[in-house]
Design a protein around this ligand. Structure first.
Ligand code: ADP
Ligand code: ADP
Ligand code: MG
Length: 587
């Protein structure tokens, strides 16, 4: 077995611009006359021989574009990978096992191979067992998994005995692949004649006749889920089914996906919203390794145990520590004794935009505060911000002073050719330590915005917004596309920035755990999307959550081991108890 792998990001390797293969010139093996680093035959990019590489560490640190990673493999790996994309590319080492009658989750950071594993199971990617140069014989694949549960699965997959249906991660690609209305798209896959029923359940009825290019992200997500379940299948695969959805929709989708689990059906879900993952799955596979380099799938665990070991960073059964530190949730109490300094106050605002009516109660935002905002899509969050910034004029109400605002929108521009370093030059000049280091952005400087992954673009956009010269910042769904570790890192950053610079930050987000983790206070929207929205608060966390959860009809408790929030099973003892005490939030 090889000891280490070399990963080269071809997008970042510019051999002509670094001084003609700088890595080759510096490599001790090459200097001794060996051929450790050579010129790629076709693409002329650097190529590293993993057997000759001694792991000296010179090329990854000296490459000016950060294109090289040399990663030591754990000694416990005794087999070749299940799949490798190509020379000096990502390797996947094992697969999750689908279990019938259950919903199984996959949890792990970005770039660890979750989607790759799911594509193998969906028969979209034929595993090459680490040899990307030749076509794989499926018999070899079955042999590779000999004596495991996965063998049986792969045998059935090879014989086309598994009817599977797959919802890909990137729903935004659908409008590029299909031209027609939502109804037309769904009719094509409607094997069971259940279109109307699904449309009802997934709340699609209002836009069935809309052209697919005109629907919003959250609508597209639900269309993709509907298309997936309309197919006749006994294995359902969902890659990140809740992106773009608000909390109400997330809960609805969770219940829906959980209800798919029948004796002869198996469901696998990749999901980063921990409260939702916890709510909708019975079992869990954890993926660990090194992002962008290699990924290993853990054995299957109960969801509760699985999430707790993930947070712990340690897998008991495997005896593997995959993160040096545990992730901890503090029971957060605002202990600040300073007298609050108001930034802006309002009373009984009202505004009509087309068919939409916006109203508020009375409220104040203080300096140095992080305020979470809970509310459905289309309920008036952006409208509120524009009012505070003086973009919209009021119909009536009292608003004392206008403030300078900075805004990170929910939907980011994915087509721009601008370089990251140019786009966030203010963040680099003014807040290099605070923003650039914390969000790990330096290695992205030489890339174009359009080449970034969703999570990378999100971090860049957060840095850009927070570097602006403003008093009030609004981040609309900053957790989208971030994995759980990045979500927690961003929440810590936001709290620090608010405290250190004495600025006010409003966060609209649909990941309850994320909001709970970073907010000092909560404002809550009630009403009917696209019709009327009423803003209430900011309240204390407890009062805000109680108000919001009551509307949703769910109660939250804290897990005794990890302190993380969990949704109580409807009608369970805890659920009934908390509802009757009025403690919808933690009792
Ligand atoms: P996850 O879903 O856990 O975020 P993915 O399975 O999408 O991770 O990707 C794992 C790694 O494999 C990433 O480093 C990604 O860049 C790489 N990768 C994904 N698809 C390809 C491909 N078609 N060719 C080469 N590398 C790929
Ligand atoms: P949110 O930010 O909560 O998703 P918005 O504040 O953007 O919601 O919008 C609330 C509602 O007002 C939506 O139904 C939207 O279509 C409508 N709306 C927003 N701006 C205008 C406008 N300038 N003219 C007419 N309707 C608008
Ligand atoms: Mg993925």
């Amino acid at each position: 077995m090889k000891k280490r792998i070399a990963i080269i990001d071809k997008n970042k390797c510019h051999p002509q611009e670094c001084g003609n293969y700088l890595c080759m010139k510096l490599c001790p093996v090459n200097r001794m006359g060996g051929d450790c680093i050579t010129e790629g035959e076709i693409d002329k990019k650097a190529k590293i021989d993993e057997v000759l590489c001694t792991g000296c560490g010179i090329c990854p640190t000296r490459c000016p574009y950060g294109a090289i990673q040399i990663i030591n493999l754990p000694g416990t790996l005794t087999k070749s990978p299940v799949h490798r994309y190509g020379e000096n590319m990502f390797e996947l080492y094992s697969l999750p096992t689908p279990l019938f009658g259950k919903v199984t989750g996959i949890l792990g950071k970005n770039g660890i191979g979750k989607s790759t594993a799911m594509k193998v199971m969906a028969n979209i990617l034929t595993p090459n067992l680490g040899d990307w140069k030749k076509d794989t014989d499926f018999k070899e694949v079955i042999n590779y998994f000999k004596g495991t549960e996965t063998q049986k699965f792969m045998e059935k997959l090879g014989k086309n005995e598994i009817n599977l249906s797959y919802k890909p991660q990137q729903v935004d690609l659908i409008p590029k692949q299909f031209d027609g209305t939502v109804r037309e798209l769904l009719t094509k896959v409607d094997a069971k004649n259940k279109l109307e029923e699904m449309a009802e359940k997934l709340e699609l009825t209002n836009f069935l006749e809309t052209h697919i290019s005109k629907v919003s992200g959250g609508e597209l997500q639900r269309v993709a889920i509907a298309a997936c379940v309309l197919k006749e299948a006994n294995l359902f695969l969902f890659d990140e089914p809740t992106s773009y959805l608000d909390i109400k929709q997330r809960i609805n989708i969770s219940k829906f996906i959980a209800s798919l689990a029948k004796e002869d059906t198996s469901t696998i879900v990749i999901e980063h919203d921990l409260i939702i993952l916890d709510y909708m799955t019975d079992l869990l596979n954890i993926m660990y390794g090194h992002e962008g380099a290699f990924g290993i799938v853990s054995g299957v665990k109960s969801t509760r145990e699985g999430i707790n070991s993930f947070l712990e960073g340690f897998l008991k059964e495997e005896n593997v520590r995959f993160r040096p530190r545990a992730i901890k949730f503090e029971t957060f109490k605002d202990v600040s004794t300073a007298i609050p300094v108001p930034l802006i106050s309002w009373k009984n605002l009202s505004l009509t935009l087309g068919n939409f009516k916006f109203r508020t109660e009375e409220g104040t935002l203080n300096k140095g505060e992080v305020i979470g905002i809970l509310g459905e899509n289309g309920i008036g969050k952006t409208t509120f911000i524009k009012l505070l910034a003086g973009v919209h004029k009021l119909d009536s109400g009292e608003l004392d002073s206008e403030v300078k605002v900075a805004y990170k929108p929910q939907y980011l521009d994915t087509e721009s050719e601008t370089l990251v370093a140019e786009y966030i030059h203010e963040a680099i000049a003014k807040y290099s330590a605070q923003l650039v280091n914390h969000l790990d952005l330096e290695k992205l400087f030489t890339q174009k915005l359009c080449d970034l992954s969703g999570g990378e673009l999100q971090r860049v956009s957060i840095a850009k917004c927070l570097a602006e010269d403003a008093e009030l910042f609004l981040l609309d769904e900053p957790s989208a596309y971030l994995d759980i570790e990045q979500r927690l890192a961003v929440s810590k950053l936001i709290k620090n920035v608010a405290a250190e610079r004495d600025i006010t930050i409003l966060i609209v987000d649909h990941d309850l755990m994320f909001l709970d983790n970073l907010s000092h206070k909560l404002a809550v929207f009630t009403g009917v999307p696209a019709k009327e929205g009423l803003l209430r608060g900011p309240f204390s966390m407890e009062d805000g959550m109680n108000l919001f959860l009551k509307e949703l009809g769910i109660t939250l408790r804290r897990d005794v081991t990890s302190n993380r929030p969990r949704i109580n099973k409807p009608h369970s003892v805890k659920d009934r108890e908390q509802k009757s005490n009025g403690n919808w939030y933690y009792s």
